[in-house]
Design a protein around this ligand. Sequence first.
Ligand SMILES: Nc1ncnc2c1ncn2[C@@H]1O[C@H](COP(=O)(O)OP(=O)(O)OP(=O)(O)O)[C@@H](O)[C@H]1O
Ligand SMILES: [Mg+2]
Length: 355
Amino acid sequence: MKALSSPIRILKPNNEAEKEIIKVRILERGLFLSEDEQNALLTAISKGARKVKLNNKHVEVISSPSPDYDKRNPIFVPDLSYDLPQELESLVPINIPTYFDFKNLWQKLLIVLQVTGQTVLIGEKGVGKNHLCSAIAQENSLPLYDISGSRNLTEYDLVGHYEMSEGRTCWVDGLLPFWCKNGGLLMLDEISLARSSVLARIHSIFDFRRYLVVKEHQNERIDRHPHAYAVVALNPPKGEYLGTQHLNIAFLDRFQVISVPELSFEEKKRIIQERTCLSNDAFIDSLLDVADRINSEYKQGNFRDFVGLRNLIDCCNLIENGLSKKEAIEISIINRFSDEEEMSRVEEISSILVE
Ligand SMILES: Nc1ncnc2c1ncn2[C@@H]1O[C@H](COP(=O)(O)OP(=O)(O)OP(=O)(O)O)[C@@H](O)[C@H]1O
Ligand SMILES: [Mg+2]
């Protein structure tokens, strides 16, 4: 339960900048605090209590609230950390950049993970789905595992396989049994691309059964670790919010769905400013305008690719580190488009940046 890495910086939107996040551990898995219980906990904290029983919930206050926390209207979040085996410590992310909680997702995701153990995050490219999960893993000292969906993903990639070692065959666990046994945060990225037969294989871990049977390995039954959390990250199909019909319904039925909204111009600007030292405000504004124009063509189906926040941060970093604007824009924006016609159209749109 010791914190492995320094806490992640989480910045709330301006109007809530004063809110203080108080971490609490609830012993019973699957429970968090109702509004009344949160108020009762605030009263108990003000009297100096750190361990409280509220209704049937054993609550421990993990973070030390600052002396004037009551004026700051604190928000409670569950602490998901647990006694981590030492050999897994290297899987806990470190040095994740500041997470801006513009859309109030931090508390929501933590509560959903505490209560149900898993969720789907659906949002356009670059809205911060992976960043949010990495930040939560760092803050809670959780090992982070990543499975990327594709047509080529097989059951063996997930559950494991036999290998020859010193003349003997031995079984090697895949990522899924490893996570099931050891706990941590599993990210299933773009899993909608995986074949239904592969998804069906893992249904039992994500419903009330909470176990995996590895039929390839003596029908080994692996119960899901109480701290094995999962997040499925999805992009809405082709730029428009069409919901999640494209993902196998039986699979999706096992998850709650959190929608991650797109970032506004000002929010993207704030992130770029935090991540680069580029002081040229007017250039960042124009860069965001250019990206918006390119991306609206993508949404209309005119371009096959998209310019994400990641590319814009890279572009600014390249300029800051010696490349000319023209070179940086070429590398981080124009060359992403493989079609010649698209490339020259993107070059034309971005020409205002080098004038
Ligand atoms: N709220 C945020 N705070 C700080 N940085 C953010 C935030 N949202 C996005 N970013 C930054 O924007 C870039 C894209 O974020 P990320 O990779 O998490 O997006 P994603 O939703 O997973 O995208 P994709 O669907 O393409 O995988 C990263 O560099 C990330 O650090
Ligand atoms: Mg992602």
